[in-house]
Design a protein around this ligand. Structure first.
Ligand SMILES: *Cc1c(COP(=O)(O)O)cnc(C)c1O
Length: 409
């Protein structure tokens, strides 16, 4: 049906509920879910033109699907990029990015504190195909600069990191990448576009796990790459068509509807995280709190500039803290006690859910590292990560106090 065209200059919160593919002839107000693997062609000649790319039109859902298009348009509008391509998971977005940009002999620089599967994918899997990689400090720009080689094609950063919430300087990394003739990609999973738009700080590509804050209710696995139309069309769509890391229309629809509440969820969950982090800092059994919204965070000022909601600095919704204990054994025992004493929080490694999740990184997400690797990464046996959801904040304090108050430290 013919639709009103959205005016220019709308706020992101408006785009989050309004941007989508065209409505069907029925004029549905909630975006339609096109649960179909293929699309009927009007005639053989049209089919031929569409398959060859001469004419736009849907043919097969591995290539494109109108519900996935709605997801892509909405996420691109939120990130402020020209284009977006949806993928089956956050990891397949990163895989698609590497397949699209890199060949044997090319070099990638990543932070040592990136998501564990990202380090494995780039450092081990792509190494099999001759892609070289260096892993450097999350926060020291000089280390990134020193790692640049003539073959460096990509700098890939994630901010803040999991679980220690270290923040990197996106503009600084963009300058290093561009001076080297390379691209900067940012995994914007923790902030989401509600808090941070890396392209406004010089990033070329954004990767997402839609599984986290974009969905926001822990329902489905999804991912995406956002960037210029040229990069998406030339580097990623051809790989998607052959590689098939396609986003399911059902999952696209769930995340599309999730994005409508992204901004208010991020505001409420971040406010809760700040309150909980401030409270945790005052607890006698807590040795240290890691949260970018706290003045005690080493990159607090950078984070407050780089992550904002309506012009206000915002720490996000994930925090970590170390519990006290006499030795490695007892800090671990104490951390397990705090986790196991919760009655509200979910013990799960996921994040970005309306339900608060609590996890022990040293034995879960970072369990495959050696103790020496963990220590150099700052992941102690006493570390607990909390991804704050939408529960009433005093209930969360009481849930953590139950374990913390019964520790003898
Ligand atoms: C979860 C996550 C991913 C991977 O996303 P999936 O959807 O689980 O594949 C990548 N990066 C970060 C920062 C994540 O938290």
């Amino acid at each position: 049906m013919t639709e009103k065209k959205l005016p220019e200059g709308l706020h992101r919160d408006t785009l989050a509920v309004r941007v989508a593919a065209d409505k069907s002839q029925y004029g549905e107000n909630s975006e339609a879910l096109y649960l179909t693997s293929s699309f009927v062609q009007p005639d053989a000649a049209t089919a031929a033109r569409r398959f060859s790319g001469e004419e736009e039109g849907y043919t097969y859902s591995r290539f494109s699907n109108p519900t996935v298009t709605s997801f892509e348009k909405r996420l691109a509008a939120l990130e402020g990029t020209e284009a977006c391509i949806g993928t089956s998971s956050g990891m397949s977005a990163i895989m698609l990015m590497c397949f699209g940009l890199l060949k044997s002999g090319d070099h990638v620089i990543c932070s040592r504190s990136m998501f564990g599967s990202t380090i494995k994918l780039i450092g081990s899997e792509f190494a099999k195909f001759g892609v070289e990689s260096s892993f450097v400090s999350q926060t020291d720009l000089a280390e990134w600069q020193a790692a640049v080689r003539p073959t460096t094609k990509l700098l890939f950063a994630e901010t803040p990191t999991n679980p220690l919430t270290e923040v990197c300087d996106i503009q600084g990394l963009a300058d290093i990448a561009h001076a080297a003739g390379a691209l900067l990609a940012v995994d914007n999973c923790f902030c989401s576009p509600a808090l941070c738009r890396p392209v406004t700080m010089g990033a070329d590509l954004i990767t997402h796990s839609g599984t986290k804050y974009l969905d926001g209710e822990g329902r489905v696995i999804a991912g995406a790459i956002c960037g210029t139309k040229k990069l998406i069309d030339e580097k990623f769509i051809p790989v998607m068509r052959s590689g098939g890391m396609s986003l399911s229309p059902f999952n696209a629809w769930v995340v599309l509807k999730g994005m409508e509440t992204l901004s208010i969820r991020m505001q409420a969950q971040s406010a809760g995280a700040l309150e909980l982090a401030t409270w945790l800092e005052a607890q006698p059994a807590v040795a240290r709190v890691y949260y970018p919204g706290l003045a005690s965070h080493p990159q607090h000022e950078l984070a407050m500039r780089q992550q904002t909601i309506n012009g206000q600095g915002c720490g996000g919704a994930v925090l970590s803290f170390d519990v006290k204990g006499a030795d490695v054994e007892s800090v671990r025992k104490n951390a397990f006690h705090v986790i196991d004493s919760t009655l509200v929080c979910s013990i799960t490694a996921n994040l970005g859910d309306t339900k608060t999740t609590i996890t022990h990184p040293a034995t879960t997400s970072h369990g495959r590292l050696s103790e020496a690797q963990r220590q150099s990464a700052g992941i102690s046996q006493g570390l607990i990560r909390v991804a704050v959801g939408l529960e009433f904040i005093d209930d969360l304090k009481a849930d953590l106090a139950r374990g913390l108050d019964s520790l003898s430290v």
